[in-house]
Design a protein around this ligand. Structure first.
Ligand SMILES: [Zn+2]
Length: 271
């Protein structure tokens, strides 16, 4: 039955990947979770490309970032808060990057954590990544790159080659997770919305993601120089800043804190 289903998807995938509603019909939440699990297992199995910071010995660092993730997941604007298996993994390299795999699997590089200057800034970028996963942008990007049939093959355990290819693509080019500009605008919007909606729980500055954009601009980090991997998967343009401001004003220009001192203590925990 699954094979017939996959065949139908092969025929139809070229029509449905451009249409969100059809995409949701062909790729269920359970498929999404299974794909996320397989991608994260593949990543864990490749310590050369992805040297995961072990939890053992780094409990405090993990606790700190997981507390931020769980604070954001308190937002009633996260659709898949309860049905995704949210998990945050730290990769111990100087790479300036973070990415969201399907089904709530988030990956942050220690290089990126050291680059951020406040807890609110990290929360802003983490909320952006949570939005990519929650809005299923990650799966949509992968489907555009590989086709839904290949993704369903991975979920069914019938496409080990495609799974390995997917994991190495994420590592080498980030292409499998390269988001469209529309995805970036939506993830930025929900970064502000999530942080605003949890202010009674944790009063983060809802637009702290702009600190990250501003510093990136000041340092003239570009997609081409290869230093800043984040730009290869998250295309940036000046309108993104304007978009963040608009959403923030629409929400009544809420203010909050940066939690910079706490963040400095956290950074001291990193290897
Ligand atoms: Zn993004």
């Amino acid at each position: 039955m699954k094979k017939i289903f996959i065949y139908c998807c092969m025929v139809l995938s070229c029509f449905c990947i451009s249409c969100g509603e059809d995409f949701n019909i062909f790729f269920s939440i359970d498929d999404e979770k299974a794909l996320g699990l397989q991608v994260s297992e593949e990543i864990a199995a490749d310590p050369t490309e992805y040297p995961i910071l072990p939890r053992s010995g780094n409990e405090k660092a993990y606790q700190y970032v997981e507390d931020i993730m769980n604070a954001i997941l308190n937002s009633n604007e996260v659709n898949h808060k309860d049905d995704f298996d949210w998990e945050l993994t730290l990769i111990n390299t100087p790479t300036l990057n973070a990415f969201a795999a399907p089904g709530g699997k988030l990956f942050f590089y220690t290089g990126f954590l050291k680059y951020a200057t406040s807890e609110a800034e990290l929360a802003g970028v983490m909320a952006h990544e949570i939005a990519h996963s929650d809005k299923r942008h990650s799966t949509e990007s992968m489907a555009k790159e590989m086709g839904i049939a290949a993704l369903l093959g991975i979920v069914a355990g019938e496409n080990a080659g495609a799974l390995a290819q997917l994991a190495s693509q994420i590592a080498q080019t980030g292409m499998a997770l390269k988001f469209s500009r529309a995805h970036e605008y939506e993830a930025d919007e929900y970064s502000v919305r999530y942080l605003n909606s949890i202010r009674s729980y944790k009063e983060y500055d809802p637009i702290a993601i702009l600190d990250f954009f501003d510093r990136m601009n000041e340092e003239n980090l570009s997609e081409e120089d290869g230093k800043f991997e984040f730009l290869r998967t998250h295309p940036y343009d000046a309108n993104r800043k304007e978009n963040v401001h608009k959403i923030w004003q629409k929400l009544g220009s809420p203010t909050g804190q940066k939690f910079s001192a706490e963040y400095a203590q956290f950074k001291a925990l990193l290897p």
